[in-house]
Design a protein. Structure first.
Lengths: 574, 204
């Protein structure tokens, strides 16, 4: 049901009828007006393309760190294509749509909305993204993309990538409109669950920053189309996405992680984070610090430069909001009842990896700070011995850490809300394994790339210098990407096993102790989410006794939620 | 904590019977979409400004030899669009007053102004004498001006749809959300022309 449409007449039926999921129809599949299938489709499609992007990324890394010339790619241009498609697919084909899918599914439930503000718009965004991703792959297969040798398919690459990014902006406009205008009675902005707040910031960031990238793609398209960029020089187009690939801009991917972590920690400890407003301010500040780079990048070179005050402030201050949220979460862990679940482990590691990314990024400031001091006090700094990391694989290491943090947040969110999304829990052992692979992979990938950066490995690695021992770091980085790909594959397998119904239905409501509004309806929720609009007067209506659990399992899954079955289920699965 | 409950139990009967609140979702979404559009457009301008500054720093002229961008047409285009802002808000005002005839008239005049803007831009292209194939700077010029033309056409389509819905009686003094949204998008389009007018046509 879209909010712009007339509400269906109240059937006057009981909860059982409302809990029944609509049956599958082609029309419902292609143009669903329910946010839940749209969210699930984004998540499912995103996992596939994330896996593809990471596998291709691992292949590219092998080529990158192999100093004996090109082994996999035929030449530097083909290598640029491999490098570029892995990045396009992993970010805009994988992580971004998965994050969007989770947001489209969970946020309306958390704010008590019956659906999205423009559900058909979200559905259109999904199909546009899918078409764009398909065209992007076709463009690369037909020798297009950065490094491509066929002008028409380089143009197609720019068009398809713009479609993917445009679809993401479109979906997030729908999400932000829903948050602003479709909250239920009593759900003021400061009572919104942290995940919804983080998604609001995530959406605003996308709405204000991604169109800048689309503008650059438009200019690239025109330059290639009208012959102002020689077809032998298209590898330079890999830089188009640098605007969202460099710290602190790339922290944008970690925004939902902060909100999910705050909610999951509160739910799994039974002790909600105390300083709600401080947490929301921290999430907002993190978004603003990431946005500074986008403003800087609009008119200047996208390099770390001490003259770029917004960028420097963004890098310097970014660890603080992450520390604040981890600290507040730590307080809940200390004072609450700790129940170790995959979701909790995942979000904690996600926060720590995000913190690691923001702290390691500070190393990139050493060179510009030294340069600045040298300008102020000539001769006071020996620049030849200054740490120079900008322009090296150091950037790739930061990207690896942030991507792993985002993937861990995705794993945590999927485990936490699996009963909501599929009516069943994901398998805990498989989840813990995927978390270990993601955390280990992200850390190893990040350290490998940063280490290679210390050894002066160029960021865009067509020209490989093996004299500095980069290959050892390279092997570490390749291992990291492979581990991350393994984690994505496990997440996909876990989801498929649930969707395919191999895992028995049923989960425990009490076991989850969800505090926010999404837990006050059936799992999965019926069309319209709530039988009638819920009214809240606090941020955690379930904890405060305003509302109570409505059983986590819908009738379609074989009965009302049974107590304490999730671990048993996990055991059976394993 | 209770494990199950009947959801109806938590909904006061008085509220359950009340009609759902209908916030201005279309206005919110249009405002956000307009903001996204503006950011993309300003981003294009910043590339233009940066490229121009780089070229001027080397002592070269920005526009290629023989290329002339007159001011008369851009000024009149700006005036035309400024008038269209007045008329599109006239449409909003008329709809709020249940004055359907004036609302339709205001939409028609706004569309006429926008069509005049398109025609003047096409004429400007013919007298600028800059070939997109000949010079990379033309890519920036045509990219930015062309993007604005697309925005203008989108605003016109939006206005036409809302005008038709107003004629059909969908919008009136109680609900004029669509007309207001069209006016917001239109105004943003004209504001972006203001940016383009200064950056491209004035500073050249």
């Amino acid at each position: 049901m879209a909010l712009t449409e007339t509400r269906p007449a109240d059937t006057g039926s009981d909860g059982a009828d409302l809990a029944a999921l609509p049956s599958f129809t082609p029309d419902g599949f292609l143009g669903s007006v329910d946010h839940k299938p749209i969210g699930r489709m984004f998540v499912g499609g995103g996992i596939i393309f994330l896996l593809a992007g990471l596998v291709i990324g691992a292949i590219g890394a092998v080529e990158s760190f192999d100093g004996s010339g090109f082994q996999i790619a035929r030449d530097a241009d083909e290598f640029a294509q491999i490098w570029s498609i892995s990045r396009d697919l992993a970010v805009f084909g994988g992580l971004v749509p998965i994050l969007i899918g989770i947001g489209l599914y969970i946020v309306p439930l958390q704010i008590g909305a019956p659906s999205l503000a423009f559900a058909r718009g979200a559905s259109g965004a999904f199909w546009t993204w899918l078409l764009g991703t398909g065209l992007l792959i076709v463009a690369y297969l037909l020798n297009g993309g950065p490094g491509g040798g066929r002008r028409d398919f380089v143009v197609l690459w720019a068009c398809s990538l713009a479609m993917m990014i445009g679809a993401a902006v479109w979906a997030l406009i729908v999400l932000a409109s829903t948050i602003l205008g479709a909250r239920t009675v009593g759900m003021t902005m400061d009572r919104m669950p942290f995940t919804s707040w983080a998604y609001f910031m995530f959406s605003l960031h996308a709405i204000f920053s991604l169109p800048i990238v689309m503008g650059e793609l438009l200019l690239a398209l025109l330059r290639v189309r009208y012959g102002h960029l020689d077809i032998t020089e298209t590898a330079s187009l890999t830089g188009v996405l640098d605007g969202v690939g460099l710290a602190p801009s790339i922290y944008w991917l970690g925004l939902p992680a902060l909100g999910v972590a705050a909610d999951v920690i509160g739910a799994h400890t039974g002790f909600p984070i105390l300083q709600r407003r401080l947490t929301m301010v921290a999430i907002t500040v993190f978004q603003l610090l990431a946005f500074g780079q986008d403003l800087v990048g609009m008119a200047t070179e996208r390099t770390i430069d001490f003259d770029n005050v917004l960028l420097v402030v963004g890098l310097l201050a970014a660890p603080l909001p992450v520390v604040a949220i981890l600290g507040l979460g730590g307080n809940s862990l200390r004072q609450g009842t700790l129940r170790v679940k995959a979701a909790l482990v995942a979000v904690l590691l996600s926060g720590l990896l995000l913190l690691a990314a923001t702290v390691v990024s500070l190393l990139g400031l050493v060179e510009p700070v030294m340069g600045y001091l040298d300008e102020l006090f000539p001769g006071s700094v020996d620049m030849t011995n200054s740490l120079v990391l900008n322009g090296t694989t150091f950037h790739e290491g930061i990207r690896g850490l942030v991507m792993a943090a985002a993937l861990l947040a995705v794993i945590g969110a999927l485990h936490h809300w699996a009963p909501k999304i599929w009516g069943r829990s994901l398998a805990e052992p498989m989840g813990l394994l995927s978390i270990a692979l993601a955390a280990g992979g992200g850390l190893v990938w990040g350290l490998g790339e940063v280490g290679a950066g210390f050894a002066d490995q160029p960021w865009y690695p067509a020209s490989v210098d093996t004299t500095g021992g980069q290959e050892a770091f390279g092997v570490i980085a390749i291992l990291g990407i492979a581990l991350l790909a393994g984690s994505a594959a496990l997440v996909g397998g876990n989801v498929v096993s649930v969707v395919a119904g191999r895992k028995p239905a049923g989960t425990s409501a009490a076991d989850w102790s969800g505090l926010t509004l999404e837990w006050a309806t059936a799992s999965p929720p019926p069309l319209g989410n709530f039988p009638a609009p819920p009214i809240v007067s606090s941020a955690t209506p379930l904890a405060d006794g305003e509302l109570a659990y409505d059983g986590l399992t819908s009738e379609s899954d074989g009965g009302a939620g049974s107590e304490d079955t999730s671990e048993d289920d996990a055991g059976e699965e394993s | 904590m209770a494990v199950t409950t009947t959801p109806h139990d938590v909904i006061p009967a008085s509220y359950a019977e009340a009609p759902p609140a209908r916030p201005r979702l279309l206005v919110l979404a249009t405002s956000l979409a307009s903001a996204a559009m503006a950011m993309g457009f300003i981003g294009l301008h910043s590339v233009y400004i940066a490229d121009r500054a780089d070229r001027l720093a080397t002592g070269e002229r920005w526009l290629p030899d023989g290329v002339n961008i007159p001011l008369t047409q851009p000024n009149f285009m700006g005036l035309t669009l400024a008038f269209s802002v007045v008329t599109i808000w006239w449409a909003v005002s008329a709809t709020r007053s249940d004055d359907r005839a004036n609302s339709v008239l205001a939409f028609a005049i706004s569309l006429l102004f926008a069509f005049a803007y398109l025609a003047q831009t096409a004429y400007l292209f013919t007298i600028m004498e800059i070939e997109i194939l000949a010079d990379e700077r033309a890519v920036l010029l045509y990219g930015i001006i062309g993007t604005h033309l697309v925005m203008a056409v989108a605003a016109m389509v939006f206005a036409i749809v809302m005008a038709l819905r107003t004629i059909g009686g969908d919008y009136n003094s109680r609900d004029y959300e669509g007309v207001l949204s069209a006016a917001i998008f239109w105004t943003m389009m004209v504001a972006m022309y203001g940016v383009m007018w200064y950056v491209i046509y004035i500073t050249k």
